[in-house]
Design a protein around this ligand. Structure first.
Ligand SMILES: NC(=O)c1ccc[n+]([C@@H]2O[C@H](COP(=O)([O-])OP(=O)(O)OC[C@H]3O[C@@H](n4cnc5c(N)ncnc54)[C@H](O)[C@@H]3O)[C@@H](O)[C@H]2O)c1
Length: 252
């Protein structure tokens, strides 16, 4: 980057959560300002405080990513307040419950698809509309290794993350020939609230989430560093990739 070149504005959804916070703090190192969107306003504000403590401008916005109205509004608010979005970490997600398919609640399935699939779709739709006007930008969708394999007891979550990969690949094809790139990061289990919640539920339901040979959990920063790489010019020729960050679990 030359000294006259402006750093991009970054937007992180689910930025109040464990992985989203790590992404926001990592992107702060390479951004002019970071916007943090989360339905949990207190958590979003705390991330914004940490970004500011790291010396960057920050904006916390409370919004529900599964709402088209909210998504259109937060994308516009971020651009009005901070400037054109150059980096978008489309990261908010929910785990649903752990239950075998024949007992999996319909309403949980709908909620998981609403946040993880519709939310990612809406984020792509509204941010891409802005990026296309400028012909440049980098988007990283947070999928999961559940995008490329099954997990007993997690039908809603697994279906939703497979869909995130489909959306990533479709968007990547659509932006071909521009300087916009759309990739996905696929974390394996990461030390976080989400994984503790899932493992607690799995124990209660006697469902084995882990497979033999699984290695130590990753940390949120392990995911954040790959998001930062994919969002950077270092990854200028990477588009439509499904970047696994799992310590090697899925290759076995
Ligand atoms: N934790 C893991 O082991 C793991 C592994 C693979 C993928 N992931 C994915 O990483 C992403 C982040 O997960 P995390 O571990 O940080 O979980 P988390 O629960 O700590 O963070 C998720 C954040 O998203 C927010 N959120 C949920 N629904 C929302 C909505 N409708 N609108 C706005 N915000 C909403 C939550 O308030 C929370 O702050 C998710 O997409 C998750 O599926 C996590």
């Amino acid at each position: 980057m030359t000294v006259t070149e402006r750093r991009p504005v970054a937007l992180v959804t689910g930025g109040g959560g464990d992985i989203g916070r790590a992404i926001a703090l990592r992107l702060a190192q390479m951004s002019e300002a970071v916007a943090i969107v989360d339905r949990d306003e207190t958590a979003a504000r705390e991330t914004a405080r940490l970004v500011e403590a790291a010396g960057r401008r920050a904006l916390a916005v409370r919004a529900d990513v599964s709402s088209a109205l909210d998504t259109a509004a937060f994308v516009q608010t971020v651009e009005d307040r901070l400037g054109p979005i150059g980096i978008f970490a489309n990261n908010a997600g929910v785990e649903g419950v752990v239950a075998p398919l024949h007992e999996y609640p319909d309403e949980t399935f709908d909620r998981v698809m609403g946040v993880n699939v519709k939310g990612v779709f809406l984020g792509l739709k509204h941010v891409l509309a802005k990026m296309r006007q400028r012909g440049t930008g980098a988007i990283v969708n947070t999928a999961s290794t559940s995008a490329i394999r099954g997990r007993a007891g997690l039908s809603g979550y697994v279906a939703s993350k497979h869909a995130v990969l489909g959306l990533t690949r479709t968007a990547a094809l659509e932006v071909g020939g521009t300087r916009i790139r759309v990739n996905a990061v696929l974390p394996g289990p990461v030390e976080s609230r989400m994984i503790r919640e899932l493992e607690g539920q799995a124990r209660d339901n006697a469902i084995a989430l882990r497979r033999s040979g699984e290695v130590a959990r990753g940390q949120p920063k392990d995911v954040a560093s790959i998001v930062a790489f994919l969002a950077s010019d270092e990854a200028a020729h990477v588009n439509g990739a499904a970047w696994v960050v799992d310590g090697g679990i899925t290759v076995g």
